[in-house]
Design a protein around this ligand. Sequence first.
Ligand code: BGC
Length: 338
Amino acid sequence: MKKILATLLAAILVLGCFSLASADTKTYKVGVSIYQYTDNFMTLYRNEIEAYFKSLETDEVKYEITMADGKNDMAEQTNQIRNFITQGMDVIILNLVQTSSADAVIDEIVAAGIPLVLINREPLAYDADGNTLDEQYEGILNNPQVCYVGADARQSGTYQGEMIAALDNKGDINGDGKVSYIMIEGDPENIDAQYRTEFSVKALTDAGIEVECLDDQVGNWDQTKGQELCANALSKYGDKVEVVFCNNDGMALGAQTAIEAAGRKVGEDIYLVGVDALPEAIDLIKEGNMTGTVLNDHIGQSHAAVDVAVQLLNGEEIQNYYWVNYVKVDKAYAEANY
Ligand code: BGC
């Protein structure tokens, strides 16, 4: 009898403690929508968002994360956001499919009283005709509970060009006085693609180097497309191609396969640069099969996004913009740091 009583008492105590602990635990609901799960870079980014939220959990605070794949379809992503609103998310982290839809989406989220952290695809200000302006966006500036976390893509483009300008021959392999290049672009709606395309070449011309664009094509950030476009350009322009600029490493990995298949050799008769510093690109740089890349710091960006989301959950005041620096990754840097 005594034993039964003791067991009962113990059970009551345990239950009591348990309910006490759960009463003290606050669980925040976090909705995260990523423009497309198959994107190499955004995969690293979203995994780190989850891992970092988990690392911040304590006995008192938990984060229940609902992650959604926008499948590169704005209508699909809009539905996901509406579901997040119905589910009563405490904060939303959003990687827009289309930055031109920012107005509509921000309005709905703000009207629902949910704080919002935009990541990776920066919506820009635009004029009455819908042309983008080089200015920060009012939809972010005017909303104290909305912010953007990202990196300034001009810097990544500049670093790409500077890595070519720093070579002994400044990228002019055949010595004809100019650098003949092909450009493989990401999604042209994306400011990262626009700026990288412009500023990579600008870094060369700013250094007094003459350039010739042989080909400029849209590869939509995609590895297979990058391979296809590079293969076509190499068969069309052959030895004339001295530099392959890719707006990201995904496409550069594809381009590298095409370069090898065409019997060319990076560092000897062609140069190749990307952006992101994907692990596969770092390996190629160390082996000498890619000239360089630019670290698009997914760790720094995801942590900054989560940190500001937590500040918003705590009702703290935030800034509207948070910037994370890019880092130039040539062979020496890759060997020393990876
Ligand atoms: C990255 C790309 C990625 C894109 C997605 C860019 O910042 O460099 O690899 O595909 O973001 O929006």
